[in-house]
Design a protein around this ligand. Structure first.
Ligand SMILES: [Mn+2]
Length: 317
């Protein structure tokens, strides 16, 4: 059932012993929204815990050490999670059909939860959470505001992507008024790279191939590259933005080899190409200009499949 801000807020208020979950390989919005909601629910006096792993090093400052306690939950809330398939494996086994409330901004949300607070025009799950607490008249502190800011900034590419609306910027302004040190966060997250990451980026860029007269650029990330550079898949997510940066590219594709023999595909597109529609044809989804899916096969067969669907979509424009 789709519910509104106040219904979601009232539901959270009436519940206790709450478990918060999000997607695997968490990005800034997943980390920001889970710890923001954790802070909010703690302020309401709730017993709350989080299930989240592989948090990127640069987002460690948002982690609440007391969020990993152990108790039997009575209510399960997911944030920034469009599909139970994207849960961490051990969470998926236990909770894929047991989510009571999904707070999300993906238009591709498969409405797997008993209740869904979905705002597809919001740039981030963090924007949805901010609007929910604002409507409820709940005052957030700087720590919660910082979590929300990180989610908002990362999902909008530091307020540069098309999902950045006037309302997104108003939310960001309110968060800065709450004391968030935006310039420092922006520098730490968007400018600073570890030496390991730079090494990884160099290997990734060396794998670059272009297809379809330069309209499709593909990076192939092998398991080997993570080991050689000593970084995790979560830490490698910035790489997904690179192939689309090349002039003339309509589809910037990143193909990442997983340990279980499958490949994780990310497509970042430029208007008017719809990445979400292309990924849907391969069993995935996401947003218009940033979407993903998972395929199995050899690296080359996976790339061929993706390029074939991109070609089809370009021809239909
Ligand atoms: Mn998000």
């Amino acid at each position: 059932m789709n519910i509104n801000y106040i219904e979601a807020w009232n539901m959270l208020n009436s519940m206790d012993n709450i478990l918060l979950i999000t997607h695997s390989n968490p990005d800034g919005d997943a980390v920001g929204s889970i710890f923001a909601l954790y802070g909010i629910l703690k302020k309401l006096g709730k017993n709350v815990r989080c299930e989240i792993k592989d948090i990127p090093a640069v987002m460690q400052m948002l982690v609440r050490e007391d969020a990993f306690c152990d108790f039997r939950e009575d209510f399960v809330v997911s944030v920034d999670l469009a599909d139970p398939q994207l849960m961490m494996n051990d969470i998926k086994a236990r909770y894929s059909d047991k989510v009571d409330l999904s707070i999300d901004h993906h238009e591709t949300n498969v409405t797997y939860a008993k209740n869904t607070l979905l705002k597809a025009d919001a740039a981030a799950a963090c924007e949805v959470i901010f609007n929910m607490v604002s409507e409820a008249g709940f005052e957030i502190d700087t720590e919660i505001a910082r979590c929300l800011y990180v989610g908002l900034a990362t999902d909008t590419g530091c307020f540069r992507y098309a999902n950045t609306t006037a309302s997104t910027l108003r939310v960001a302004a309110s968060l800065i008024e709450k004391g968030v040190e935006s310039a420092k966060i922006n520098t730490d997250i968007f400018e600073t790279k570890s030496r390991a990451y730079v090494m990884f980026e160099t290997m990734a860029m060396n794998s670059l191939r272009t297809y379809l007269d330069g309209k499709c650029a593909v990076l192939l990330i092998t398991k080997d590259m993570y080991t050689k550079a000593n970084i995790t898949e979560s830490e490698s997510q910035g790489i997904n933005a690179l192939p689309r940066q090349i002039e003339g590219v309509l589809a910037g594709v990143t193909v990442k080899e997983r340990t279980n023999g499958t490949y994780k595909i990310s497509i970042r597109s430029r208007e008017p190409l719809n990445a979400s529609e292309i990924c849907a044809l391969m069993g995935g989804g996401g947003h218009r200009l940033a979407a993903g899916c998972e395929l199995s096969g050899t690296a080359q067969s996976v790339i061929n499949t993706v390029v074939k669907f991109v070609k089809q979509a370009i021809e239909e424009l």
